[in-house]
Design a protein around this ligand. Sequence first.
Ligand SMILES: [Zn+2]
Length: 179
Amino acid sequence: VADDANLLEQITAMDLFPVGMDGKLKPLDPVVIPEPPRAGEDPAECEACGQPDEDFVWASENWRIRGKGATPFPGMLFLETREHYDSFGDLTDELAGEVGPLLRRIERALLSRGDVGRVHFSRWGDGSAHFHVWVMPRPLGAMQLRGTFLPFWEMLLENLPEPEVREAWDHFAKAMQNG
Ligand SMILES: [Zn+2]
């Protein structure tokens, strides 16, 4: 998005952004029920299900962790189930019981970089129907990036060069092995 002086125009034109160029809150559209299908709603056509482990930064029997390649933050990840589930409500008892320890392990692995101030986890699921949790490491000391607007900054700041993205994935995978 962010590459010229019309940034405000580009941002306000995004249908999800709540404020328009006139500085006013956009009126809410009429509700759409049933809602339109999301990507991978049919497990037979789900992209995440069909991907090999090589496409992931880390994988175990039940879980896989995907690295986000285009990002300004080292260690932006998604935690995904290996099999096709939609949200927390669909997980088996076994999988649901593994989530807490796994999130703890992920947080510790990212904090071990030393340049991460805090690790945020977000569950939305409005885009893809395959279970995924956003893992967002906020850079240490970047106080402007605290809280709710971090995903927005993530979208607008300049992306890291590929070697730095890969270094972060390697560090993370090694730290997960240790933890
Ligand atoms: Zn799937």
